[in-house]
Design a protein around this ligand. Structure first.
Ligand code: ADP
Ligand code: ASP
Ligand code: MG
Length: 409
Protein backbone atom coordinates (compact mmCIF):
# COMPACT_ATOMS: atom_id res chain seq x y z
CA UNK A 1 0.00 0.00 0.00
CA UNK A 2 1.16 3.47 -0.81
CA UNK A 3 1.61 6.77 0.98
CA UNK A 4 -0.12 9.37 -1.16
CA UNK A 5 -0.14 13.15 -0.88
CA UNK A 6 -3.19 14.55 -2.67
CA UNK A 7 -3.64 18.27 -3.23
CA UNK A 8 -7.02 19.73 -4.15
CA UNK A 9 -7.19 23.24 -5.63
CA UNK A 10 -9.69 26.03 -5.07
CA UNK A 11 -12.29 24.99 -7.64
CA UNK A 12 -12.20 21.42 -6.32
CA UNK A 13 -13.16 22.66 -2.84
CA UNK A 14 -15.28 25.58 -4.09
CA UNK A 15 -18.46 24.55 -2.27
CA UNK A 16 -19.48 22.20 0.54
CA UNK A 17 -20.88 19.85 -2.12
CA UNK A 18 -17.48 19.73 -3.79
CA UNK A 19 -15.74 19.23 -0.47
CA UNK A 20 -17.99 16.22 0.10
CA UNK A 21 -16.91 14.92 -3.32
CA UNK A 22 -13.27 15.33 -2.35
CA UNK A 23 -13.98 13.44 0.87
CA UNK A 24 -15.50 10.59 -1.15
CA UNK A 25 -12.45 10.40 -3.39
CA UNK A 26 -10.09 10.44 -0.40
CA UNK A 27 -12.25 7.78 1.28
CA UNK A 28 -11.99 5.57 -1.79
CA UNK A 29 -8.19 5.56 -1.62
CA UNK A 30 -8.19 5.21 2.15
CA UNK A 31 -10.44 2.16 2.15
CA UNK A 32 -8.14 0.59 -0.45
CA UNK A 33 -5.54 0.67 2.31
CA UNK A 34 -3.44 3.69 1.30
CA UNK A 35 -2.10 6.25 3.74
CA UNK A 36 -3.24 9.75 2.84
CA UNK A 37 -2.09 13.27 3.49
CA UNK A 38 -4.43 15.75 1.84
CA UNK A 39 -3.52 19.36 1.14
CA UNK A 40 -6.25 21.82 0.25
CA UNK A 41 -6.47 25.36 -1.10
CA UNK A 42 -8.98 27.95 -0.03
CA UNK A 43 -12.37 27.88 -1.75
CA UNK A 44 -12.06 29.41 -5.22
CA UNK A 45 -12.20 33.19 -5.10
CA UNK A 46 -11.61 33.33 -1.36
CA UNK A 47 -7.95 34.41 -1.45
CA UNK A 48 -8.83 37.18 -3.91
CA UNK A 49 -11.72 38.24 -1.71
CA UNK A 50 -9.48 38.47 1.35
CA UNK A 51 -6.80 40.44 -0.49
CA UNK A 52 -9.44 42.89 -1.75
CA UNK A 53 -10.71 43.29 1.79
CA UNK A 54 -7.24 44.19 3.02
CA UNK A 55 -6.88 46.74 0.22
CA UNK A 56 -10.01 48.50 1.43
CA UNK A 57 -8.00 49.35 4.54
CA UNK A 58 -4.48 49.71 3.16
CA UNK A 59 -3.63 50.33 -0.49
CA UNK A 60 -0.47 48.30 0.06
CA UNK A 61 -1.43 45.92 2.86
CA UNK A 62 1.13 45.25 5.54
CA UNK A 63 2.66 41.91 4.45
CA UNK A 64 2.73 40.36 7.89
CA UNK A 65 -0.91 41.14 8.58
CA UNK A 66 -1.92 40.15 5.06
CA UNK A 67 -0.46 36.69 5.68
CA UNK A 68 -2.34 36.37 8.97
CA UNK A 69 -5.50 37.08 7.05
CA UNK A 70 -5.16 35.25 3.74
CA UNK A 71 -4.02 32.08 5.50
CA UNK A 72 -7.51 31.80 6.97
CA UNK A 73 -8.91 30.72 3.59
CA UNK A 74 -7.17 27.38 3.85
CA UNK A 75 -7.94 27.04 7.55
CA UNK A 76 -11.63 26.91 6.65
CA UNK A 77 -11.30 24.22 4.00
CA UNK A 78 -9.07 21.86 6.00
CA UNK A 79 -11.62 21.83 8.81
CA UNK A 80 -14.55 21.32 6.42
CA UNK A 81 -12.79 18.46 4.68
CA UNK A 82 -11.91 16.77 7.97
CA UNK A 83 -15.59 17.08 8.99
CA UNK A 84 -16.73 15.63 5.67
CA UNK A 85 -14.37 12.67 6.16
CA UNK A 86 -15.68 12.10 9.67
CA UNK A 87 -19.18 12.02 8.21
CA UNK A 88 -17.94 9.10 6.11
CA UNK A 89 -16.68 7.42 9.31
CA UNK A 90 -13.05 8.04 8.47
CA UNK A 91 -10.69 9.25 11.15
CA UNK A 92 -9.32 12.60 10.04
CA UNK A 93 -7.45 15.53 11.55
CA UNK A 94 -6.85 18.96 10.11
CA UNK A 95 -3.77 21.12 10.65
CA UNK A 96 -2.69 24.60 9.68
CA UNK A 97 0.80 24.96 8.24
CA UNK A 98 2.08 26.33 11.53
CA UNK A 99 0.65 23.42 13.52
CA UNK A 100 2.46 20.88 11.36
CA UNK A 101 5.36 23.16 11.58
CA UNK A 102 6.08 23.92 8.02
CA UNK A 103 9.00 26.20 8.73
CA UNK A 104 9.61 28.96 6.18
CA UNK A 105 11.81 32.01 5.87
CA UNK A 106 10.26 35.34 6.84
CA UNK A 107 9.57 36.71 3.35
CA UNK A 108 5.88 37.44 3.91
CA UNK A 109 3.57 36.74 0.94
CA UNK A 110 6.33 34.84 -0.87
CA UNK A 111 8.00 32.71 1.81
CA UNK A 112 10.10 29.66 1.02
CA UNK A 113 9.77 26.37 2.86
CA UNK A 114 12.92 25.56 4.80
CA UNK A 115 11.95 22.47 6.77
CA UNK A 116 8.93 20.34 7.60
CA UNK A 117 8.50 18.47 10.90
CA UNK A 118 6.90 15.25 9.78
CA UNK A 119 6.65 13.61 13.22
CA UNK A 120 3.13 14.67 14.00
CA UNK A 121 1.84 13.64 10.58
CA UNK A 122 3.62 10.28 10.77
CA UNK A 123 2.18 9.55 14.19
CA UNK A 124 -1.34 10.34 12.92
CA UNK A 125 -0.89 8.19 9.84
CA UNK A 126 0.25 5.30 12.02
CA UNK A 127 -2.80 5.79 14.22
CA UNK A 128 -5.02 5.43 11.14
CA UNK A 129 -5.90 9.05 10.44
CA UNK A 130 -6.21 10.86 7.16
CA UNK A 131 -4.17 14.01 7.73
CA UNK A 132 -5.52 17.20 6.15
CA UNK A 133 -3.04 20.07 5.86
CA UNK A 134 -3.70 23.68 4.90
CA UNK A 135 -1.86 24.61 1.72
CA UNK A 136 -0.11 27.90 0.94
CA UNK A 137 1.12 28.64 4.47
CA UNK A 138 3.82 28.09 7.01
CA UNK A 139 5.41 29.69 10.00
CA UNK A 140 8.77 31.39 10.43
CA UNK A 141 11.38 30.94 13.14
CA UNK A 142 9.65 33.63 15.26
CA UNK A 143 6.23 31.95 14.86
CA UNK A 144 4.86 34.51 12.42
CA UNK A 145 2.37 33.12 9.94
CA UNK A 146 3.72 33.22 6.39
CA UNK A 147 2.29 32.41 2.96
CA UNK A 148 4.04 30.91 -0.04
CA UNK A 149 2.86 33.07 -2.94
CA UNK A 150 -0.16 32.62 -5.20
CA UNK A 151 -0.71 29.01 -6.15
CA UNK A 152 1.42 28.00 -3.17
CA UNK A 153 -0.71 25.04 -2.14
CA UNK A 154 0.95 23.06 -4.96
CA UNK A 155 4.26 23.66 -3.23
CA UNK A 156 2.89 22.58 0.14
CA UNK A 157 1.75 19.33 -1.49
CA UNK A 158 5.04 18.56 -3.19
CA UNK A 159 7.12 19.61 -0.17
CA UNK A 160 5.10 17.33 2.10
CA UNK A 161 5.48 14.49 -0.39
CA UNK A 162 9.24 15.08 -0.38
CA UNK A 163 9.47 15.24 3.42
CA UNK A 164 7.36 12.10 3.89
CA UNK A 165 8.99 10.29 0.97
CA UNK A 166 5.49 9.68 -0.38
CA UNK A 167 5.00 7.25 -3.23
CA UNK A 168 3.21 9.88 -5.29
CA UNK A 169 2.05 13.48 -5.11
CA UNK A 170 -1.25 13.91 -6.91
CA UNK A 171 -2.34 17.44 -7.80
CA UNK A 172 -6.09 17.38 -8.34
CA UNK A 173 -7.42 20.37 -10.25
CA UNK A 174 -10.14 21.44 -12.68
CA UNK A 175 -8.41 20.03 -15.79
CA UNK A 176 -7.42 16.39 -16.21
CA UNK A 177 -3.72 16.99 -16.72
CA UNK A 178 -1.14 19.26 -18.30
CA UNK A 179 -2.19 20.36 -21.76
CA UNK A 180 -0.22 21.53 -24.79
CA UNK A 181 -1.44 24.98 -23.78
CA UNK A 182 -4.15 26.43 -21.56
CA UNK A 183 -7.34 24.73 -22.78
CA UNK A 184 -9.28 27.85 -21.84
CA UNK A 185 -7.52 29.74 -24.62
CA UNK A 186 -7.18 26.93 -27.15
CA UNK A 187 -10.02 24.41 -26.94
CA UNK A 188 -8.08 22.06 -29.28
CA UNK A 189 -5.25 21.76 -26.75
CA UNK A 190 -4.41 18.12 -25.94
CA UNK A 191 -3.57 16.48 -22.65
CA UNK A 192 0.01 15.27 -22.44
CA UNK A 193 0.52 11.80 -20.95
CA UNK A 194 3.91 12.86 -19.70
CA UNK A 195 5.98 16.01 -19.66
CA UNK A 196 9.62 16.18 -18.67
CA UNK A 197 10.55 17.96 -15.50
CA UNK A 198 12.62 20.49 -17.45
CA UNK A 199 9.73 21.31 -19.75
CA UNK A 200 7.33 21.67 -16.83
CA UNK A 201 9.78 23.98 -15.12
CA UNK A 202 9.91 26.18 -18.24
CA UNK A 203 6.13 26.09 -18.72
CA UNK A 204 5.57 27.12 -15.11
CA UNK A 205 8.18 29.87 -15.18
CA UNK A 206 6.84 31.20 -18.49
CA UNK A 207 3.32 31.61 -17.18
CA UNK A 208 1.42 28.29 -17.10
CA UNK A 209 -0.11 28.64 -13.67
CA UNK A 210 -1.36 25.07 -13.54
CA UNK A 211 1.56 24.32 -11.18
CA UNK A 212 3.36 26.88 -9.04
CA UNK A 213 6.98 26.94 -10.19
CA UNK A 214 8.35 26.23 -6.74
CA UNK A 215 6.38 22.99 -6.58
CA UNK A 216 8.11 21.89 -9.77
CA UNK A 217 11.50 22.89 -8.36
CA UNK A 218 10.79 20.83 -5.25
CA UNK A 219 9.74 17.84 -7.34
CA UNK A 220 13.00 18.08 -9.26
CA UNK A 221 15.21 18.47 -6.24
CA UNK A 222 13.69 15.58 -4.28
CA UNK A 223 12.62 13.44 -7.26
CA UNK A 224 8.99 13.45 -6.17
CA UNK A 225 6.68 11.44 -8.42
CA UNK A 226 4.26 14.19 -9.44
CA UNK A 227 0.99 13.78 -11.31
CA UNK A 228 -1.70 16.30 -12.29
CA UNK A 229 -5.26 14.96 -12.44
CA UNK A 230 -8.86 16.12 -12.45
CA UNK A 231 -10.88 16.15 -9.26
CA UNK A 232 -14.06 15.99 -11.33
CA UNK A 233 -15.35 12.67 -12.60
CA UNK A 234 -13.39 9.42 -12.70
CA UNK A 235 -9.67 9.33 -12.06
CA UNK A 236 -7.84 9.19 -15.37
CA UNK A 237 -4.08 8.82 -15.56
CA UNK A 238 -3.62 12.60 -15.79
CA UNK A 239 -0.13 13.82 -16.66
CA UNK A 240 3.00 12.46 -15.06
CA UNK A 241 6.05 14.70 -14.71
CA UNK A 242 9.01 12.52 -15.75
CA UNK A 243 12.69 12.89 -15.05
CA UNK A 244 14.00 11.11 -18.09
CA UNK A 245 13.13 11.78 -21.66
CA UNK A 246 11.31 8.73 -22.91
CA UNK A 247 13.68 7.42 -25.59
CA UNK A 248 11.21 4.86 -26.87
CA UNK A 249 8.81 7.50 -28.00
CA UNK A 250 9.11 9.77 -30.95
CA UNK A 251 9.73 13.03 -29.11
CA UNK A 252 7.59 15.94 -30.22
CA UNK A 253 9.70 18.98 -31.10
CA UNK A 254 7.39 21.32 -29.18
CA UNK A 255 5.58 20.05 -26.10
CA UNK A 256 3.66 23.13 -25.12
CA UNK A 257 3.00 26.83 -25.41
CA UNK A 258 3.03 29.09 -22.37
CA UNK A 259 1.95 32.71 -22.18
CA UNK A 260 2.01 35.44 -19.65
CA UNK A 261 0.47 38.87 -19.31
CA UNK A 262 2.33 39.72 -16.14
CA UNK A 263 5.17 41.73 -17.60
CA UNK A 264 5.87 45.29 -18.68
CA UNK A 265 8.57 46.57 -21.01
CA UNK A 266 10.87 49.52 -20.42
CA UNK A 267 13.31 51.10 -22.88
CA UNK A 268 16.08 53.58 -22.19
CA UNK A 269 16.71 55.56 -25.33
CA UNK A 270 20.13 56.85 -26.24
CA UNK A 271 22.09 55.39 -23.34
CA UNK A 272 25.83 56.02 -23.69
CA UNK A 273 27.54 52.88 -24.98
CA UNK A 274 30.49 52.32 -22.68
CA UNK A 275 31.46 49.79 -20.01
CA UNK A 276 29.32 49.87 -16.88
CA UNK A 277 26.12 51.34 -18.29
CA UNK A 278 24.10 48.11 -18.07
CA UNK A 279 25.16 47.90 -14.46
CA UNK A 280 24.28 51.55 -13.83
CA UNK A 281 20.81 50.90 -15.19
CA UNK A 282 20.04 47.56 -13.62
CA UNK A 283 21.95 47.96 -10.34
CA UNK A 284 19.42 50.35 -8.74
CA UNK A 285 16.56 48.22 -10.10
CA UNK A 286 18.02 45.13 -8.43
CA UNK A 287 18.67 47.11 -5.24
CA UNK A 288 14.94 47.86 -5.14
CA UNK A 289 14.34 44.09 -5.20
CA UNK A 290 12.78 44.19 -8.65
CA UNK A 291 13.33 41.11 -10.81
CA UNK A 292 14.27 41.71 -14.41
CA UNK A 293 13.34 39.10 -16.99
CA UNK A 294 14.26 39.75 -20.63
CA UNK A 295 17.06 42.18 -21.52
CA UNK A 296 17.98 43.52 -24.94
CA UNK A 297 20.68 45.98 -25.91
CA UNK A 298 20.87 47.33 -29.42
CA UNK A 299 23.94 47.91 -31.54
CA UNK A 300 25.68 51.14 -30.88
CA UNK A 301 24.87 54.16 -33.00
CA UNK A 302 26.92 57.36 -32.60
CA UNK A 303 28.19 56.10 -29.26
CA UNK A 304 24.70 55.53 -27.85
CA UNK A 305 22.40 52.56 -27.68
CA UNK A 306 18.84 51.62 -26.73
CA UNK A 307 18.46 49.31 -23.77
CA UNK A 308 15.22 47.43 -23.10
CA UNK A 309 14.13 45.05 -20.37
CA UNK A 310 10.99 43.61 -18.82
CA UNK A 311 9.80 43.53 -15.21
CA UNK A 312 6.70 42.22 -13.51
CA UNK A 313 3.73 44.40 -14.39
CA UNK A 314 3.05 45.41 -10.83
CA UNK A 315 6.61 46.77 -10.58
CA UNK A 316 6.21 48.87 -13.73
CA UNK A 317 5.45 52.26 -12.17
CA UNK A 318 7.98 51.73 -9.45
CA UNK A 319 10.70 50.86 -11.99
CA UNK A 320 9.84 53.81 -14.24
CA UNK A 321 10.16 56.13 -11.24
CA UNK A 322 13.54 54.71 -10.28
CA UNK A 323 14.77 55.15 -13.84
CA UNK A 324 13.51 58.73 -14.15
CA UNK A 325 14.70 59.87 -10.75
CA UNK A 326 17.85 57.92 -10.07
CA UNK A 327 19.27 56.63 -13.31
CA UNK A 328 18.54 58.89 -16.25
CA UNK A 329 20.14 62.01 -14.74
CA UNK A 330 23.34 60.08 -13.95
CA UNK A 331 23.96 58.26 -17.18
CA UNK A 332 22.80 61.04 -19.48
CA UNK A 333 20.43 58.96 -21.62
CA UNK A 334 17.89 60.68 -23.85
CA UNK A 335 14.63 59.31 -22.45
CA UNK A 336 12.89 56.37 -20.87
CA UNK A 337 9.71 54.94 -22.32
CA UNK A 338 7.66 51.90 -21.48
CA UNK A 339 4.38 50.10 -21.62
CA UNK A 340 2.56 47.39 -19.77
CA UNK A 341 0.27 46.21 -22.55
CA UNK A 342 2.56 43.44 -23.63
CA UNK A 343 2.48 39.67 -23.37
CA UNK A 344 5.07 36.95 -23.63
CA UNK A 345 4.39 33.84 -25.69
CA UNK A 346 6.78 30.90 -25.45
CA UNK A 347 7.31 27.60 -27.23
CA UNK A 348 8.72 24.89 -24.96
CA UNK A 349 10.12 21.50 -25.87
CA UNK A 350 13.18 19.37 -25.20
CA UNK A 351 12.90 18.27 -28.84
CA UNK A 352 14.22 21.71 -29.84
CA UNK A 353 17.69 20.57 -28.88
CA UNK A 354 17.87 18.33 -31.90
CA UNK A 355 15.83 20.37 -34.35
CA UNK A 356 16.81 23.49 -36.23
CA UNK A 357 14.46 26.03 -37.73
CA UNK A 358 11.95 26.26 -34.89
CA UNK A 359 12.57 29.94 -34.27
CA UNK A 360 12.30 30.89 -37.93
CA UNK A 361 9.07 28.93 -38.27
CA UNK A 362 7.69 30.69 -35.19
CA UNK A 363 8.59 34.11 -36.59
CA UNK A 364 7.11 33.25 -40.00
CA UNK A 365 3.80 32.11 -38.47
CA UNK A 366 3.54 35.33 -36.45
CA UNK A 367 4.49 37.46 -39.45
CA UNK A 368 1.76 35.83 -41.56
CA UNK A 369 -0.75 37.05 -38.98
CA UNK A 370 0.76 40.53 -38.97
CA UNK A 371 1.90 40.16 -35.36
CA UNK A 372 4.92 42.29 -34.59
CA UNK A 373 7.62 40.81 -32.34
CA UNK A 374 9.02 43.31 -29.85
CA UNK A 375 11.57 41.17 -28.03
CA UNK A 376 12.98 37.65 -28.35
CA UNK A 377 14.85 35.35 -25.99
CA UNK A 378 15.81 31.75 -26.39
CA UNK A 379 17.32 28.95 -24.37
CA UNK A 380 18.06 25.36 -25.27
CA UNK A 381 14.45 24.25 -24.84
CA UNK A 382 12.38 27.42 -25.26
CA UNK A 383 11.81 30.44 -27.48
CA UNK A 384 9.94 33.43 -26.07
CA UNK A 385 8.65 36.49 -27.87
CA UNK A 386 7.06 39.64 -26.52
CA UNK A 387 4.07 40.87 -28.52
CA UNK A 388 1.31 43.42 -28.06
CA UNK A 389 -1.08 42.05 -25.46
CA UNK A 390 -4.04 42.26 -27.80
CA UNK A 391 -2.46 39.69 -30.13
CA UNK A 392 -1.52 37.22 -27.43
CA UNK A 393 -4.40 34.80 -27.81
CA UNK A 394 -4.19 34.89 -31.59
CA UNK A 395 -0.45 34.19 -31.42
CA UNK A 396 -0.99 31.20 -29.12
CA UNK A 397 -3.71 29.78 -31.37
CA UNK A 398 -1.86 30.08 -34.65
CA UNK A 399 1.35 28.68 -33.17
CA UNK A 400 -0.55 25.80 -31.58
CA UNK A 401 -1.91 24.89 -34.99
CA UNK A 402 1.26 25.53 -36.97
CA UNK A 403 3.28 23.21 -34.72
CA UNK A 404 0.58 20.51 -34.94
CA UNK A 405 0.00 20.51 -31.21
CA UNK A 406 -3.67 19.78 -31.85
CA UNK A 407 -2.72 16.51 -33.58
CA UNK A 408 -2.17 13.29 -31.65
CA UNK A 409 1.56 12.50 -31.69
P1 ADP B 1 -6.16 25.02 -8.78
O1 ADP B 1 -7.13 25.97 -8.20
O2 ADP B 1 -6.66 23.60 -8.79
O3 ADP B 1 -4.78 25.15 -8.22
P2 ADP B 1 -5.33 26.53 -11.11
O4 ADP B 1 -6.33 27.47 -11.62
O5 ADP B 1 -4.21 27.06 -10.30
O6 ADP B 1 -6.11 25.37 -10.33
O7 ADP B 1 -4.68 25.70 -12.32
C1 ADP B 1 -5.53 25.02 -13.24
C2 ADP B 1 -5.75 25.89 -14.47
O8 ADP B 1 -4.50 26.09 -15.12
C3 ADP B 1 -6.61 25.28 -15.53
O9 ADP B 1 -7.98 25.53 -15.30
C4 ADP B 1 -6.12 25.91 -16.82
O10 ADP B 1 -6.96 26.97 -17.26
C5 ADP B 1 -4.79 26.54 -16.43
N1 ADP B 1 -3.69 26.13 -17.32
C6 ADP B 1 -2.77 26.99 -17.84
N2 ADP B 1 -1.92 26.34 -18.63
C7 ADP B 1 -2.30 25.04 -18.62
C8 ADP B 1 -1.79 23.86 -19.26
N3 ADP B 1 -0.72 23.90 -20.06
N4 ADP B 1 -2.40 22.69 -19.01
C9 ADP B 1 -3.47 22.63 -18.19
N5 ADP B 1 -4.00 23.71 -17.57
C10 ADP B 1 -3.43 24.91 -17.78
N1 ASP C 1 -5.32 29.99 -2.07
C1 ASP C 1 -4.03 30.36 -2.59
C2 ASP C 1 -4.20 31.15 -3.88
O1 ASP C 1 -5.32 31.37 -4.32
C3 ASP C 1 -3.10 29.22 -2.75
C4 ASP C 1 -3.52 28.17 -3.75
O2 ASP C 1 -4.68 28.09 -4.13
O3 ASP C 1 -2.65 27.39 -4.17
O4 ASP C 1 -3.23 31.56 -4.45
MG1 MG D 1 -3.22 26.50 -8.57
Amino acid sequence: MALLVQKYGGTSVGSTERIKNVARRVAKYFTQGHELVVVVSAMSGETNRLIALAKEIQAHPDPRELDVMVSTGEQVTVALLAMALKELNIKAKSYTGGQVRILTDSAHTKARILKIDEDRIRADLEAGYVVVVAGFQGIDEANNITTLGRGGSDTTGVALAAALKADECQIYTDVNGIYTTDPRIVPEARRLKTITFEEMLEMASLGSKVLQIRSVEFAGKYKVKLRVLSSFGEDGEGTLITFEEDNNMEQAVISGIAFNRDEAKITILGAPDHPGVAYQILGPVADANIDVDMIIQNVSHDGTTDFSFTVNRNEFTNTMNILRDKILPHIGARDVIGGDKIAKVSLVGVGMRSHAGIASKMFRVLAEEGINIQMITTSEIKISVVVDEKYMELAVRVLHKAFDLDQAQ
